[in-house]
Design a binder for this molecule. Structure first.
Ligand code: NAD
Ligand code: IPM
Ligand code: MN
Length: 352
Protein backbone atom coordinates (compact mmCIF):
# COMPACT_ATOMS: atom_id res chain seq x y z
CA UNK A 1 0.00 0.00 0.00
CA UNK A 2 1.97 2.96 -1.33
CA UNK A 3 0.58 6.32 -0.28
CA UNK A 4 1.87 9.60 -1.69
CA UNK A 5 1.39 12.28 0.97
CA UNK A 6 1.15 15.79 -0.52
CA UNK A 7 0.68 18.29 2.36
CA UNK A 8 0.78 21.53 0.32
CA UNK A 9 0.26 24.98 1.78
CA UNK A 10 -1.17 26.79 4.79
CA UNK A 11 -2.95 24.39 7.13
CA UNK A 12 -2.37 21.54 4.64
CA UNK A 13 0.78 20.24 6.40
CA UNK A 14 -0.83 20.65 9.86
CA UNK A 15 -3.94 18.61 9.10
CA UNK A 16 -2.10 16.05 6.97
CA UNK A 17 0.31 15.29 9.82
CA UNK A 18 -2.62 14.30 12.05
CA UNK A 19 -4.14 12.06 9.38
CA UNK A 20 -0.78 10.36 8.85
CA UNK A 21 -0.48 9.84 12.63
CA UNK A 22 -3.89 8.15 12.62
CA UNK A 23 -2.85 5.84 9.75
CA UNK A 24 0.37 5.01 11.59
CA UNK A 25 -1.54 4.31 14.81
CA UNK A 26 -3.46 1.57 12.99
CA UNK A 27 -0.10 -0.18 12.34
CA UNK A 28 -1.32 -1.62 9.04
CA UNK A 29 1.17 -4.09 7.60
CA UNK A 30 2.66 -3.09 4.25
CA UNK A 31 1.92 0.61 4.47
CA UNK A 32 4.58 2.85 2.87
CA UNK A 33 4.38 6.64 2.82
CA UNK A 34 6.20 9.02 0.46
CA UNK A 35 6.02 12.80 0.76
CA UNK A 36 6.06 15.27 -2.14
CA UNK A 37 5.85 19.01 -2.77
CA UNK A 38 2.73 20.64 -4.23
CA UNK A 39 1.20 24.09 -4.45
CA UNK A 40 2.88 27.31 -3.40
CA UNK A 41 5.43 25.31 -1.41
CA UNK A 42 6.46 23.50 -4.60
CA UNK A 43 6.49 26.73 -6.60
CA UNK A 44 8.83 28.39 -4.12
CA UNK A 45 11.14 25.34 -4.07
CA UNK A 46 10.99 24.14 -7.69
CA UNK A 47 9.40 26.96 -9.69
CA UNK A 48 6.24 24.92 -10.44
CA UNK A 49 3.15 24.05 -8.33
CA UNK A 50 3.10 20.46 -9.63
CA UNK A 51 6.70 19.39 -10.29
CA UNK A 52 7.35 16.42 -12.58
CA UNK A 53 8.77 14.40 -9.68
CA UNK A 54 5.60 14.92 -7.62
CA UNK A 55 3.41 13.85 -10.53
CA UNK A 56 5.62 10.78 -11.03
CA UNK A 57 5.32 9.90 -7.33
CA UNK A 58 1.54 10.31 -7.52
CA UNK A 59 1.35 7.99 -10.53
CA UNK A 60 3.44 5.34 -8.75
CA UNK A 61 1.27 5.36 -5.64
CA UNK A 62 -1.86 3.33 -4.92
CA UNK A 63 -3.47 6.35 -3.28
CA UNK A 64 -2.75 10.01 -2.56
CA UNK A 65 -3.39 11.84 0.69
CA UNK A 66 -3.64 15.53 -0.15
CA UNK A 67 -3.73 18.48 2.27
CA UNK A 68 -4.56 21.79 0.60
CA UNK A 69 -2.99 24.28 -1.78
CA UNK A 70 -3.30 28.04 -1.97
CA UNK A 71 -0.88 30.79 -1.07
CA UNK A 72 -1.82 34.47 -1.13
CA UNK A 73 1.74 35.38 -2.17
CA UNK A 74 1.13 33.47 -5.42
CA UNK A 75 -2.22 35.03 -6.36
CA UNK A 76 -0.64 37.45 -8.84
CA UNK A 77 1.32 34.76 -10.71
CA UNK A 78 0.29 33.68 -14.19
CA UNK A 79 -2.54 31.22 -13.78
CA UNK A 80 -0.55 28.13 -14.81
CA UNK A 81 1.92 28.77 -11.97
CA UNK A 82 -0.64 29.29 -9.22
CA UNK A 83 -0.86 26.71 -6.39
CA UNK A 84 -4.42 25.66 -7.31
CA UNK A 85 -3.06 24.26 -10.59
CA UNK A 86 -1.48 21.46 -8.55
CA UNK A 87 -4.80 19.97 -7.49
CA UNK A 88 -6.48 20.70 -10.82
CA UNK A 89 -3.49 19.13 -12.62
CA UNK A 90 -3.50 16.01 -10.44
CA UNK A 91 -7.22 15.48 -10.99
CA UNK A 92 -6.86 15.92 -14.77
CA UNK A 93 -3.59 14.01 -15.29
CA UNK A 94 -4.74 11.10 -13.15
CA UNK A 95 -8.25 10.90 -14.63
CA UNK A 96 -9.93 11.43 -11.25
CA UNK A 97 -13.33 12.42 -12.61
CA UNK A 98 -15.53 11.27 -9.73
CA UNK A 99 -15.45 13.28 -6.51
CA UNK A 100 -17.38 11.83 -3.57
CA UNK A 101 -18.17 14.33 -0.81
CA UNK A 102 -20.26 12.80 1.98
CA UNK A 103 -21.96 15.35 4.24
CA UNK A 104 -23.63 13.99 7.33
CA UNK A 105 -24.77 15.18 10.73
CA UNK A 106 -23.87 12.39 13.14
CA UNK A 107 -26.74 11.27 15.37
CA UNK A 108 -26.56 13.21 18.63
CA UNK A 109 -24.39 15.95 17.10
CA UNK A 110 -27.19 18.09 15.68
CA UNK A 111 -26.13 20.88 18.04
CA UNK A 112 -22.94 21.35 15.96
CA UNK A 113 -25.05 22.49 13.01
CA UNK A 114 -26.19 26.10 12.67
CA UNK A 115 -29.50 24.67 11.42
CA UNK A 116 -32.41 23.94 13.75
CA UNK A 117 -31.80 20.50 15.29
CA UNK A 118 -34.91 18.97 13.69
CA UNK A 119 -33.68 20.07 10.25
CA UNK A 120 -30.04 19.15 10.86
CA UNK A 121 -31.07 15.62 11.91
CA UNK A 122 -32.12 14.91 8.32
CA UNK A 123 -28.80 15.89 6.74
CA UNK A 124 -27.06 12.81 5.36
CA UNK A 125 -26.15 13.16 1.73
CA UNK A 126 -23.48 12.10 -0.71
CA UNK A 127 -22.50 14.71 -3.26
CA UNK A 128 -21.14 13.06 -6.41
CA UNK A 129 -19.32 15.88 -8.17
CA UNK A 130 -17.86 15.62 -11.68
CA UNK A 131 -14.24 16.73 -11.32
CA UNK A 132 -12.39 16.98 -14.64
CA UNK A 133 -14.73 18.94 -16.90
CA UNK A 134 -17.11 21.91 -16.94
CA UNK A 135 -16.13 25.56 -16.94
CA UNK A 136 -13.08 24.59 -14.84
CA UNK A 137 -11.25 23.02 -17.76
CA UNK A 138 -12.70 24.91 -20.71
CA UNK A 139 -10.89 27.57 -22.71
CA UNK A 140 -10.66 30.86 -20.86
CA UNK A 141 -9.08 34.22 -21.20
CA UNK A 142 -9.37 37.96 -21.16
CA UNK A 143 -9.83 40.08 -24.26
CA UNK A 144 -10.72 43.57 -25.32
CA UNK A 145 -14.10 44.15 -26.92
CA UNK A 146 -14.60 46.26 -30.03
CA UNK A 147 -15.71 49.03 -27.70
CA UNK A 148 -12.30 48.86 -26.01
CA UNK A 149 -13.59 47.32 -22.80
CA UNK A 150 -11.79 44.47 -21.01
CA UNK A 151 -13.78 41.22 -20.95
CA UNK A 152 -13.14 37.95 -19.13
CA UNK A 153 -14.52 34.69 -20.53
CA UNK A 154 -14.64 30.99 -19.59
CA UNK A 155 -16.17 28.30 -21.78
CA UNK A 156 -18.53 25.85 -20.07
CA UNK A 157 -19.08 22.48 -21.73
CA UNK A 158 -19.75 18.81 -21.02
CA UNK A 159 -19.54 16.01 -23.54
CA UNK A 160 -22.05 13.18 -23.29
CA UNK A 161 -19.37 10.63 -22.36
CA UNK A 162 -18.25 12.84 -19.46
CA UNK A 163 -21.82 13.11 -18.17
CA UNK A 164 -22.52 9.42 -18.71
CA UNK A 165 -19.56 8.11 -16.70
CA UNK A 166 -20.21 10.36 -13.67
CA UNK A 167 -23.94 9.59 -13.87
CA UNK A 168 -23.13 5.88 -13.64
CA UNK A 169 -21.03 6.51 -10.52
CA UNK A 170 -23.94 8.36 -8.89
CA UNK A 171 -26.56 5.80 -9.92
CA UNK A 172 -24.40 2.94 -8.63
CA UNK A 173 -23.92 4.74 -5.29
CA UNK A 174 -27.65 5.43 -4.99
CA UNK A 175 -28.57 1.86 -5.95
CA UNK A 176 -26.08 0.33 -3.49
CA UNK A 177 -27.38 2.49 -0.61
CA UNK A 178 -31.05 2.31 -1.59
CA UNK A 179 -31.18 6.11 -1.77
CA UNK A 180 -32.90 8.53 -4.14
CA UNK A 181 -30.77 10.43 -6.66
CA UNK A 182 -31.14 14.13 -7.39
CA UNK A 183 -29.38 15.46 -10.47
CA UNK A 184 -28.53 19.14 -10.10
CA UNK A 185 -28.39 21.45 -13.11
CA UNK A 186 -29.42 24.81 -14.52
CA UNK A 187 -31.22 23.46 -17.58
CA UNK A 188 -33.61 26.43 -17.58
CA UNK A 189 -30.70 28.62 -18.70
CA UNK A 190 -27.66 26.59 -19.80
CA UNK A 191 -27.30 24.29 -22.84
CA UNK A 192 -24.53 22.45 -20.96
CA UNK A 193 -27.15 21.60 -18.35
CA UNK A 194 -29.76 20.57 -20.93
CA UNK A 195 -27.34 18.00 -22.34
CA UNK A 196 -26.51 16.96 -18.78
CA UNK A 197 -30.19 16.35 -18.01
CA UNK A 198 -30.82 14.48 -21.29
CA UNK A 199 -27.88 12.13 -20.69
CA UNK A 200 -28.78 11.52 -17.02
CA UNK A 201 -32.25 10.49 -18.20
CA UNK A 202 -30.72 8.05 -20.69
CA UNK A 203 -28.49 6.50 -18.03
CA UNK A 204 -31.49 6.23 -15.68
CA UNK A 205 -32.91 3.50 -17.92
CA UNK A 206 -30.18 1.17 -16.57
CA UNK A 207 -31.24 1.79 -12.95
CA UNK A 208 -35.02 1.37 -12.69
CA UNK A 209 -34.66 0.76 -8.95
CA UNK A 210 -33.29 4.29 -8.30
CA UNK A 211 -35.78 7.13 -7.74
CA UNK A 212 -34.44 10.02 -9.83
CA UNK A 213 -35.37 13.66 -9.85
CA UNK A 214 -33.84 16.79 -11.37
CA UNK A 215 -33.43 20.06 -9.52
CA UNK A 216 -32.12 23.48 -10.50
CA UNK A 217 -29.00 24.39 -8.58
CA UNK A 218 -30.48 27.47 -6.92
CA UNK A 219 -33.34 25.40 -5.53
CA UNK A 220 -30.87 22.68 -4.49
CA UNK A 221 -28.93 25.24 -2.46
CA UNK A 222 -32.11 26.28 -0.70
CA UNK A 223 -33.30 22.72 -0.05
CA UNK A 224 -29.89 21.77 1.39
CA UNK A 225 -30.49 24.05 4.36
CA UNK A 226 -34.31 23.88 4.56
CA UNK A 227 -35.12 20.23 3.72
CA UNK A 228 -31.85 18.27 3.67
CA UNK A 229 -33.78 15.06 4.41
CA UNK A 230 -35.00 15.16 0.79
CA UNK A 231 -31.53 14.32 -0.47
CA UNK A 232 -29.77 10.98 -0.64
CA UNK A 233 -27.27 11.19 -3.48
CA UNK A 234 -26.74 14.48 -5.32
CA UNK A 235 -25.20 14.38 -8.79
CA UNK A 236 -23.57 17.64 -9.86
CA UNK A 237 -21.20 19.18 -12.37
CA UNK A 238 -17.84 20.50 -11.26
CA UNK A 239 -18.76 24.10 -10.42
CA UNK A 240 -22.14 23.44 -8.80
CA UNK A 241 -20.66 20.63 -6.71
CA UNK A 242 -17.85 22.85 -5.49
CA UNK A 243 -20.32 25.43 -4.20
CA UNK A 244 -22.92 23.03 -2.82
CA UNK A 245 -20.33 21.01 -0.90
CA UNK A 246 -19.04 24.07 0.99
CA UNK A 247 -22.68 24.89 1.76
CA UNK A 248 -23.36 21.35 2.97
CA UNK A 249 -20.24 21.44 5.16
CA UNK A 250 -21.41 24.61 6.87
CA UNK A 251 -24.80 22.96 7.44
CA UNK A 252 -23.04 20.00 9.10
CA UNK A 253 -21.19 22.39 11.38
CA UNK A 254 -17.83 23.17 9.82
CA UNK A 255 -15.85 22.84 6.62
CA UNK A 256 -13.27 21.18 8.86
CA UNK A 257 -15.45 18.06 8.95
CA UNK A 258 -15.97 17.19 5.28
CA UNK A 259 -13.70 14.65 3.57
CA UNK A 260 -13.58 13.67 -0.07
CA UNK A 261 -12.46 10.92 -2.39
CA UNK A 262 -11.54 11.57 -6.02
CA UNK A 263 -11.67 8.41 -8.08
CA UNK A 264 -11.06 7.35 -11.66
CA UNK A 265 -11.11 4.02 -13.41
CA UNK A 266 -7.67 2.61 -12.52
CA UNK A 267 -7.79 -0.34 -10.15
CA UNK A 268 -5.05 -1.15 -7.66
CA UNK A 269 -4.57 -4.51 -5.98
CA UNK A 270 -7.29 -3.89 -3.40
CA UNK A 271 -9.55 -1.20 -4.80
CA UNK A 272 -9.62 1.96 -6.90
CA UNK A 273 -6.73 4.37 -7.22
CA UNK A 274 -7.77 7.66 -5.66
CA UNK A 275 -6.84 11.02 -4.22
CA UNK A 276 -8.19 11.86 -0.76
CA UNK A 277 -8.45 15.38 0.59
CA UNK A 278 -10.53 17.57 2.87
CA UNK A 279 -12.88 19.82 0.91
CA UNK A 280 -11.45 22.94 2.54
CA UNK A 281 -8.51 25.00 1.39
CA UNK A 282 -5.25 26.20 2.91
CA UNK A 283 -7.01 28.62 5.28
CA UNK A 284 -4.28 31.28 5.29
CA UNK A 285 -6.15 33.17 8.02
CA UNK A 286 -5.37 30.45 10.60
CA UNK A 287 -2.29 28.77 9.07
CA UNK A 288 0.66 28.14 11.36
CA UNK A 289 -1.36 28.68 14.52
CA UNK A 290 -2.16 25.06 15.34
CA UNK A 291 -5.88 25.84 15.21
CA UNK A 292 -7.06 23.94 12.15
CA UNK A 293 -9.49 21.08 12.56
CA UNK A 294 -7.82 17.95 11.11
CA UNK A 295 -10.98 15.81 11.19
CA UNK A 296 -11.83 16.32 7.51
CA UNK A 297 -8.39 15.03 6.55
CA UNK A 298 -8.56 12.16 9.03
CA UNK A 299 -11.95 11.19 7.57
CA UNK A 300 -10.39 11.44 4.09
CA UNK A 301 -7.81 8.86 5.20
CA UNK A 302 -10.73 6.63 6.23
CA UNK A 303 -12.23 7.00 2.75
CA UNK A 304 -8.82 5.98 1.35
CA UNK A 305 -8.79 2.78 3.37
CA UNK A 306 -12.32 2.00 2.15
CA UNK A 307 -12.03 2.83 -1.55
CA UNK A 308 -8.37 2.18 -2.40
CA UNK A 309 -7.47 -0.61 0.01
CA UNK A 310 -10.72 -2.45 0.72
CA UNK A 311 -10.24 -1.98 4.49
CA UNK A 312 -13.85 -1.25 5.43
CA UNK A 313 -13.39 -2.22 9.10
CA UNK A 314 -10.41 0.11 9.56
CA UNK A 315 -12.26 2.93 7.78
CA UNK A 316 -15.26 2.50 10.07
CA UNK A 317 -12.92 2.41 13.06
CA UNK A 318 -11.53 5.86 12.16
CA UNK A 319 -15.02 7.27 11.50
CA UNK A 320 -16.25 5.91 14.83
CA UNK A 321 -13.31 7.47 16.66
CA UNK A 322 -14.00 10.88 15.08
CA UNK A 323 -17.71 10.68 15.96
CA UNK A 324 -16.86 9.74 19.57
CA UNK A 325 -14.30 12.55 19.85
CA UNK A 326 -16.95 15.04 18.70
CA UNK A 327 -19.53 13.58 21.07
CA UNK A 328 -16.99 13.87 23.91
CA UNK A 329 -16.55 17.58 23.20
CA UNK A 330 -13.19 17.45 21.40
CA UNK A 331 -14.06 20.49 19.33
CA UNK A 332 -11.88 22.92 17.41
CA UNK A 333 -12.45 26.66 17.23
CA UNK A 334 -14.45 26.11 14.04
CA UNK A 335 -17.04 24.26 16.15
CA UNK A 336 -16.99 26.67 19.06
CA UNK A 337 -14.47 24.65 21.07
CA UNK A 338 -10.90 25.33 22.14
CA UNK A 339 -9.02 22.20 21.03
CA UNK A 340 -6.09 22.74 18.70
CA UNK A 341 -5.01 20.60 15.75
CA UNK A 342 -2.70 18.34 17.79
CA UNK A 343 -5.20 17.87 20.64
CA UNK A 344 -7.95 16.89 18.18
CA UNK A 345 -5.63 14.42 16.46
CA UNK A 346 -4.62 12.92 19.80
CA UNK A 347 -8.26 12.77 20.88
CA UNK A 348 -9.17 10.79 17.77
CA UNK A 349 -6.22 8.39 18.18
CA UNK A 350 -7.13 7.71 21.82
CA UNK A 351 -10.57 6.63 20.66
CA UNK A 352 -9.47 4.38 17.80
P1 NAD B 1 -10.68 27.81 2.92
O1 NAD B 1 -11.43 26.55 2.86
O2 NAD B 1 -9.19 27.69 2.94
O3 NAD B 1 -11.13 28.65 4.21
C1 NAD B 1 -12.45 29.14 4.37
C2 NAD B 1 -12.69 29.45 5.85
O4 NAD B 1 -12.81 28.21 6.56
C3 NAD B 1 -11.55 30.20 6.52
O5 NAD B 1 -12.08 31.09 7.48
C4 NAD B 1 -10.75 29.12 7.22
O6 NAD B 1 -10.05 29.54 8.35
C5 NAD B 1 -11.85 28.10 7.58
N1 NAD B 1 -11.33 26.72 7.57
C6 NAD B 1 -11.01 25.99 6.48
N2 NAD B 1 -10.56 24.79 6.85
C7 NAD B 1 -10.59 24.75 8.19
C8 NAD B 1 -10.24 23.76 9.15
N3 NAD B 1 -9.75 22.56 8.81
N4 NAD B 1 -10.38 24.07 10.47
C9 NAD B 1 -10.86 25.25 10.83
N5 NAD B 1 -11.23 26.23 9.97
C10 NAD B 1 -11.08 25.98 8.66
O7 NAD B 1 -11.16 28.69 1.68
P2 NAD B 1 -10.61 30.11 1.12
O8 NAD B 1 -10.23 30.99 2.26
O9 NAD B 1 -11.61 30.56 0.17
O10 NAD B 1 -9.30 29.73 0.30
C11 NAD B 1 -7.97 29.80 0.82
C12 NAD B 1 -7.00 29.21 -0.21
O11 NAD B 1 -7.24 27.80 -0.33
C13 NAD B 1 -7.19 29.78 -1.62
O12 NAD B 1 -5.90 29.92 -2.18
C14 NAD B 1 -7.99 28.72 -2.34
O13 NAD B 1 -7.78 28.72 -3.74
C15 NAD B 1 -7.45 27.46 -1.71
N6 NAD B 1 -8.34 26.28 -1.74
C16 NAD B 1 -7.73 25.08 -1.96
C17 NAD B 1 -8.47 23.91 -1.90
C18 NAD B 1 -7.76 22.61 -2.15
O14 NAD B 1 -6.56 22.54 -2.00
N7 NAD B 1 -8.45 21.55 -2.52
C19 NAD B 1 -9.82 23.98 -1.58
C20 NAD B 1 -10.42 25.21 -1.36
C21 NAD B 1 -9.66 26.37 -1.43
C1 IPM C 1 -12.08 22.26 -3.89
C2 IPM C 1 -11.37 23.56 -4.21
C3 IPM C 1 -10.78 23.52 -5.61
C4 IPM C 1 -11.96 23.39 -6.57
C5 IPM C 1 -9.91 24.72 -6.02
C6 IPM C 1 -8.80 24.97 -5.04
C7 IPM C 1 -9.33 24.53 -7.38
O1 IPM C 1 -12.21 24.65 -4.01
O2 IPM C 1 -11.44 21.20 -3.96
O3 IPM C 1 -13.26 22.30 -3.54
O4 IPM C 1 -12.59 24.39 -6.92
O5 IPM C 1 -12.23 22.24 -6.98
MN1 MN D 1 -14.11 24.15 -3.05
Amino acid sequence: MKIAVLPGDGIGPEVTAEAVAVLEALALPGLTLFTGDVGGAAYHRHGHPLPEETLAMAREADAILFGAVGDPTCDALERHLRPEQAILGLRKHLGLFANLRPAKVFAGLEHLSPLRADIAAGLDMLIVRELTGDVYFGAKGQRTTDAGEREGWDAMSYSESEVRRIAHVAFRAAAAAGLPLTSVDKANVLETSQLWRDVVLEVAADYPQVALDHMYVDNAAMQTVSHPERFGVLLTGNLFGDILSDLASAAVGSIGLLPSASLGERQTGHGTFGLYEPIHGSAPDIAGQGKANPMATILSAAMMLRHSFGLEDQAARIEGAVARALADGILGGDLGGSHGTAAIGAGVRERL
